[in-house]
Design a protein. Structure first.
Length: 317
């Protein structure tokens, strides 16, 4: 008589109802064989995220025609190795954050971990006059003003949050505007215990459960929206959801080269939260062993002179 055993017990410790029914209906379960359907329910380890794969994941979460229109950003150099060491979040227990995390800092970390490590260590970037960067900033402010004027023609005068006020005052003014149901909020401030965000615009798009629902919108000079922009909107939407501004829904990027681009942030919320958690873990480390590696972000990095000096010292230019 062939040996008998429970196939589901071999497959997973806590089988789901579907797996139990599949094993019960499969003849192999009564003859000592292994049920293929039950075996398919076996959980498998989640593959590790490779360098640069977050960009591909963000854009894959958007419909195919949108990916074609926006373009997929080139992946970062997969050979980059930072080899950080230090305590994990679980070992550390309750941690005290010395620096507040933001979407811009997360994008810097994803582009260059060495940049983020220098910032966490309190290293100040060398002061350098960059006329081209100042010109880009001036054009960005002008584009933002044009977008604000266009939105005010549709939604009426915006509730402007002063960017010169203290952070607590900005957060309180934003919460007050959201609770009042303002149609348009300009330069809002959103924050939780670890993250902070300053969306250019919060636009009221509806009402649910007696509260106004808002979507974050940002003005960008780029001709097409990039993965970094969608990730930034996702962080704003996460903070907005926690602040009571409605569930994560959509977001808009007002590009400089055409019509505004709309994104469904529900499709990217999981990878957004995963990247936020990855950055939090990096921030929690006591020691961050990184080194300067050339990347596309070097041209606009304030630490470029410092890294160039290290390359010269190592004779690696």
């Amino acid at each position: 008589m062939p040996p008998t055993f429970t196939t589901v017990a071999m497959v997973r410790r806590r089988p789901s109802a579907w797996a139990r029914r599949a094993a019960a209906d499969c003849p192999a379960a009564t003859t000592g064989g292994v049920c293929a359907r039950a075996w398919a329910a076996k959980p498998r380890p989640r593959p590790a995220m490779r360098a640069g794969s977050w960009r591909r994941g963000i854009m894959r979460s958007v419909p195919s025609w949108r990916r074609h229109y926006c373009g997929i950003i080139k992946l970062l150099n997969p050979s980059r190795k930072t080899a950080p060491h230090g305590m994990s979040r679980g070992q550390a227990g309750v941690l005290i954050m010395a620096k507040t995390l933001s979407a811009a800092r997360l994008n810097n970390y994803l582009a260059c971990a060495h940049h983020a490590a220098l910032w966490f260590d309190g290293v100040e970037a060398p002061e350098e006059d960059n006329a081209s960067l100042e010109l880009v900033r001036a054009k960005g402010f002008a584009h933002e003003a044009a977008v604000l004027a266009a939105l005010e023609t549709v939604h009426g005068p915006a509730v402007a949050i002063s960017d010169k006020a203290p952070l607590d005052a900005r957060l309180a003014a934003t919460a007050e505007a959201i609770n009042a149901g303002a149609p348009l909020i300009y330069q809002a401030a959103l924050a939780n215990q670890r993250w902070i965000g300053f969306p250019d615009f919060l636009v009221r798009v509806g009402e649910g459960k007696g509260k106004a629902i808002y979507e974050p919108e940002d003005a960008k000079l780029a001709r097409k929206a990039k993965a970094e922009h969608v990730l930034q909107l996702g962080i704003y939407a996460t903070l907005l959801d926690e602040a009571g501004g409605g569930p994560i829904a959509g977001g808009v990027i007002h590009v400089g080269g055409g019509a505004p681009e709309h994104f469904n942030l529900k499709q990217t919320r999981f990878i957004t939260r995963r990247l936020m958690g990855k950055f939090e873990a990096f921030a929690d480390r006591e020691v961050r062993h990184t080194r300067p590696i050339r990347s596309a972000a070097c041209d606009q990095c304030p630490f470029q002179p410092r890294c160039q000096a290290e390359w010269r010292a190592a004779d690696s230019l």
